[in-house]
Ligand binder design. Structure first.
Ligand SMILES: [Zn+2]
Length: 110
């Protein structure tokens, strides 16, 4: 099964990054509909806790497990990049967490 490179859920679409990049294979990553919708064309966000602009996780160059972990369906950010990505992609919206918990109980996620 192919997984979303952001939340590790099943993918439904391919995200092409903007800003001068096209649909070359090196610029594409699998993303589920929710991650794709929330990310849009964003590449960065402002993190209040750091008072700084932080780049989002790049699934093409980053290692998901280096930046994230999971605790009972909640995706935990281990880096500033992960925290920025969790914020923008709304990875821990309550319904997404509950969904992951239910899937995890059945051994279907991640
Ligand atoms: Zn996703």
């Amino acid at each position: 099964m192919r997984l979303c490179r952001f939340c590790r859920w099943k993918w439904t679409d391919i995200v092409g990054l903007k800003y001068g990049c096209g649909n070359e294979p090196d610029n594409l990553a699998l993303a589920c509909a929710q991650c794709n919708q929330h990310k849009g064309s964003d590449l960065t966000t402002f993190l209040d806790s750091y008072q700084d602009i932080v780049v989002l996780f790049n699934p093409r160059s980053g290692d998901w497990f280096e930046h994230f972990s999971v605790d009972e369906g909640v995706i935990i950010g281990k880096t500033r990049i992960a925290l920025a990505t969790i914020k923008v992609l709304k990875l821990n919206e309550p319904e997404r967490v509950i969904h992951r918990q239910l899937l995890q109980e059945d051994g279907l996620w991640p």
